[in-house]
Write a new protein. Structure first.
Length: 326
């Protein structure tokens, strides 16, 4: 759909995938006034298709729109647009285990002008792509690189919304991580570079202790990390199974020492793409360390299966998290 100041949203339509004609001075290309979301559609055992908590994506999108001085996309319009695309692409929703249709709603400033001010014209789009299983050859721990040269977000910035610029600014650190032989970047706080914030596209959890008494710690939402929908869902699922979950600051020292003395038993990252990824090797200038024994931890795998079971409709949806479409 298109938006024009004074007119509102108009021209909502479903079209085939193809190039987007754009004026060379389109505002989004110069000033990054652009936000996006990521969610998935899951084939259900009864033959229907459902998305997972799309209203949470709509709410995060609305917060992003406000922060970037963009017009709101009402929740019902956001969900209706996603639903219409999934319905049209019904035959592209994979039915294999852990396979999904990935959905990418986004909004960009489409007004052609040079100058720094909020645009008066916008485009809201949704595109889709089938996504295979994230770990086709079995779940295995990823290695992470602590970013000590660059920071992802500072208080008052845009770290807690999903805007394009956050990702552009993260690419150099991602290159450093790859050069160091790691899979992913872990971001630290802006001031002391002492507290763990999140991974490149996932939130982090630390498991303290083991067995039924295992506790989870996840960095608190200070405004500089993205409030992940997977993070929020896992907090609820873990608490429902009797685990204590604490949202608080968690320092690299506490992580390293906990691994050394055996009190931190597992670490995992979570997000829409991978659901849960175990974290193994950690590389840092202040000293490398390894969480676990190279295999995914038990609570990591239990929580992973629990959430996948809900998303793929293999257990009853007692929380109303599935949104049926077609
Ligand atoms: N942090 C960042 C920076 C991300 O890009 C994502 C992916 N949206 C996440 C965390 C995880 O969020 P979600 O669980 O909603 O996918």
């Amino acid at each position: 759909a298109r938006y024009q100041a004074g007119k509102g949203w108009y021209d909502a339509r479903l079209t085939t995938y193809g190039p987007l004609p754009m004026d060379p001075s389109t505002a989004a290309l110069h000033y990054a006034q652009s936000i996006f979301e990521g969610l998935k559609a899951y084939a259900q055992p009864d033959g229907s298709v459902a998305t997972f908590r799309p209203e949470a994506n709509a709410a995060r999108f609305a917060r992003g729109a406000k922060r970037l001085a963009m017009p709101p996309v009402p929740e019902d319009s956001f969900i209706a647009a996603v639903d219409a695309l999934v319905d049209a692409d019904r035959d592209w929703v994979p039915t294999g285990p852990d396979q999904t249709l990935y959905l990418r709603p986004y909004m960009l400033a489409s007004e052609p002008f040079l100058g720094v001010r909020p645009a008066s014209e916008y485009l809201f789009l949704v595109i889709a792509s089938p996504a295979g299983a994230y770990f086709p050859r079995g779940v295995h721990p990823v290695s992470v690189y602590l970013s000590e040269d660059y920071i992802r977000a500072a208080p008052g910035g845009t770290g807690d919304v999903k805007c394009a610029g956050n990702y552009a600014a993260s690419l150099l650190a991602q290159e450093q991580a790859i050069a160091a032989g790691c899979d992913q970047v872990v971001w630290l706080d802006a001031f002391e570079k002492r507290y763990v914030e999140e991974m490149g596209g996932m939130n982090l959890f630390f498991v303290l202790g083991s067995g039924d008494d295992a506790e989870l710690v996840t960095p608190e939402l200070t405004g500089t990390l993205l409030p992940g929908i997977t993070r929020d869902s896992l907090i609820e699922v873990a608490r429902a199974t009797g685990h204590r979950v604490t949202e608080r600051k968690f320092s690299v020292d506490e992580w390293r020492q906990g691994v050394a003395d055996g009190s931190v038993t597992e670490t995992f990252a979570c997000g829409t793409a991978a659901v849960i990824t175990p974290v193994g090797e950690v590389k840092a200038r202040t000293g490398d360390f390894v969480v676990g024994d190279g295999t995914p931890g038990p609570l990591t795998m239990t929580l992973r299966e629990s959430l996948l079971d809900i998303q793929h409709g293999r257990v009853a949806d007692t929380r109303g998290w599935l949104h049926r479409i077609a």
